[in-house]
Design a protein around this ligand. Structure first.
Ligand code: NI
Length: 181
């Protein structure tokens, strides 16, 4: 497994719409495994293919904490089949927006249909942090970042700081694993 470089905002590659995966083959499986390794190394609890420069509808998640049994999800072409009327707010972060966090409101529970790494159609019913995480990663497939859900004022402030950090190429601090999606 290889560790892939993670693209940080602002970057036009994070604003593009990713293409569906046509079939689950060795290449897609390798991408999923490399993404999981990259995410765990970061560390984070979710990662979408566009964040590593691959414009395919592939996401991975693993909410297990250090010392817990891994619970990896490998998803291709995820689609929401149901969302709850009830909303929930979580403080979100993102491996592509290091060191920045904001409260984001999303449906509290969702159902997601996807293809797993063996090409099987599966459905996940998620609530709590898993629901937030899967919606956050699916947003990446449509070029949407968590800051697109908050006020323009706050978004621009975060993006300006990221741009500044990029220009001075300061190494990013350690992420808070609980919030880095
Ligand atoms: Ni993210």
């Amino acid at each position: 497994m290889a560790l892939l470089p993670i693209i940080t905002a602002p970057d036009p590659r994070l604003k593009q719409v990713a293409a569906p995966v046509e079939r689950i083959d060795e290449e897609v499986r390798r991408l999923m495994d490399d993404m999981l390794a990259t995410m765990q190394d970061a560390p984070g609890i979710g990662l979408a293919a566009p964040q590593v420069g691959v414009l395919k509808r592939v996401i991975v998640l693993d909410l297990a904490r250090e010392g817990e049994e891994p619970q990896p999800y490998r998803m291709a072409n995820p689609e929401l089949t149901w969302v709850s009327d009830e909303d929930a707010s979580y403080e979100e972060g993102c491996l592509s927006l290091p060191d920045h966090y904001a409260e984001v409101v999303r449906p509290a529970a969702v159902k997601v249909r996807y293809l797993d790494h063996e090409g099987e159609i599966r459905e996940l019913a998620a609530d709590g942090l898993l629901a937030t995480c899967v919606q956050h990663e699916m947003d990446h497939l449509d070029g949407i970042l968590f800051v697109d859900h908050i006020s323009a004022l706050k978004r621009n402030m975060i993006l300006r700081k990221l741009l500044k950090a990029k220009k001075s190429s300061k190494p990013a601090r350690e992420h808070d694993a609980a919030h880095a999606l």
